[in-house]
Design a protein around this ligand. Structure first.
Ligand code: SAM
Length: 216
């Protein structure tokens, strides 16, 4: 199959099916766990509502959300992601799972208590980023949380065309109407097959709660 015909190449992405296998046993992302910890500190009736898992991949986070009793709408552009997720042996509460194969630029999702976007937003083209971000913010119910990652401008992929990388200041400006509960910024040297080895890369992960009032 020619590169331009491969689904992953259509949205400027690595070999995602191989990635899903590689991280299948890694467990949920720390940013998601931080957001879930936030809900766990609140009254039980708000503890497990509707979560939207944007760029769900092979289900790293979706599986954990379902295990904890959340209803989950899992969205990914890659059909293999949804197939991988639905075939996982550790998938529980499957009746609470809905899936959607769609690029975030074209996806729609209902109001949610939690929008989770682990390692996906940097793959949006810059011209699409703010529209998707605005829809994330407007879909969060009052008191809801966002959890997810951003890649920094010193990241090894920052020079790849069609990606969205952010400075810390730019990330903070996205969250002016949120209470930041957890922010973890790291810079490290990664060894990846899909980029030159020992490429310096930086990423940010965070989990946030919106303030009680209106956003936007
Ligand atoms: C690095 S993986 C992360 C998967 C999962 N969230 C995790 O933490 O393991 C990025 C995922 O985003 C998806 N993706 C990339 N660009 C996308 C887009 N524009 N719309 C929807 N999904 C996208 C890919 O198919 C892939 O499954």
């Amino acid at each position: 199959m020619a590169n331009e015909d491969r689904p992953s190449e259509r949205y400027n992405a690595p070999d995602w099916p191989a990635y899903y296998c590689a991280v299948a046993r890694a467990g949920p992302r720390a940013s998601l766990l931080a957001a879930l910890d936030g809900f766990a500190r609140e009254p039980p009736e708000t503890a497990a509502g509707l979560a939207v898992d944007l760029g769900c991949g092979g289900g790293t986070d979706t599986v954990e959300l379902l295990r904890r009793g959340w209803r989950v709408l899992a969205i990914d552009a890659e059909p293999h992601a949804i197939e991988f997720l639905r075939q996982r042996g550790d998938l529980t509460n499957v009746a609470r799972l809905q899936t959607q194969v769609s690029r975030l630029q074209h996806a729609s999702w209902p109001p949610a208590d939690l929008v989770n976007a682990s390692l996906v937003l940097p793959f949006l083209p810059p011209e699409a980023f703010m529209d998707v971000w605005a829809r994330i913010v407007s879909s969060l119910r009052a008191g809801g949380r966002f959890a997810g990652h951003f890649f920094g401008t010193r990241d090894g992929w920052a020079t790849v065309p069609g990606r969205s990388h952010h400075t810390r200041e730019q990330v903070e400006s996205l969250f002016t109407n949120f209470d930041i509960e957890h922010l973890d910024e790291r810079e490290y040297t990664a060894r990846r097959r899909s980029v030159p080895r020992n490429t310096g890369t930086s990423s940010k992960s965070m989990a946030l709660t919106r303030s009680g009032g209106e956003i936007g």
